[in-house]
Write a protein that binds this ligand. Structure first.
Ligand SMILES: Nc1ncnc2c1ncn2[C@@H]1O[C@H](COP(=O)(O)OP(=O)(O)O)[C@@H](O)[C@H]1O
Ligand SMILES: [Mg+2]
Length: 149
């Protein structure tokens, strides 16, 4: 699916909508690989996704690499791979265990860890649109999402 958004709240709303589709479809374990340049709205999308579950206060985990949130039996692990430059870095954060654990793994800068993205991943790519500073195109593919929305 392809969405266009005109401001931050609309991007958050798309994140929320994807969370709703997964959850109401019975999917509580999924890997979401995000792509897109700095400042494009990846964290805004994750914040909207988490808000569906009543989770607020989502912040970029750039320094921590991963922030984990839990609410009512739902777990979200929010990764930022910006500083992950090789496989040793990745495995030193315990990535293997996280990837195989229950919950939603949502990964910013998945471009940096292409080799470690599961086949089952849903991809969310966010791009800027040329006509306006605040316009974005959000493309969601994989994980059966094409037919769910
Ligand atoms: N349509 C939009 N969607 C998301 N963010 C937007 C949009 N228009 C402007 N912004 C701004 O762009 C920035 C996106 O920041 P953030 O979500 O942290 O990006 P990223 O995680 O991709 O680096 C915020 O300052 C936000 O207010
Ligand atoms: Mg971010």
């Amino acid at each position: 699916m392809i969405f266009t958004t005109k401001n931050t709240d609309e991007t958050r709303a798309i994140g929320r909508k994807i969370a709703e589709k997964l959850h109401t479809g019975g999917t509580e374990t999924a890997y979401i690989a995000m792509r897109g340049e700095m400042g494009v709205g990846k964290t805004a999308f994750v914040s909207g996704f988490a808000s569906y579950f009543g989770i607020s206060g989502v912040k970029s985990p750039t320094y921590a690499v991963m922030n984990q949130y839990s609410m009512d039996g739902i777990t979200i692990r929010h990764f930022d791979m910006y500083r992950i430059t090789d496989e040793d870095d990745l495995y030193s954060i315990g990535y293997d265990d996280y990837v195989n654990a229950r919950g939603y793994n949502i990964v910013e800068w998945s471009e940096n860890i292409e080799y470690a993205i599961p086949d089952s991943a849903i991809y969310v790519s966010i791009e800027r649109l040329p006509e306006c500073d605040e316009h974005r195109r959000i493309t969601v593919t994989g994980g059966g999402m094409e037919i769910q929305i």
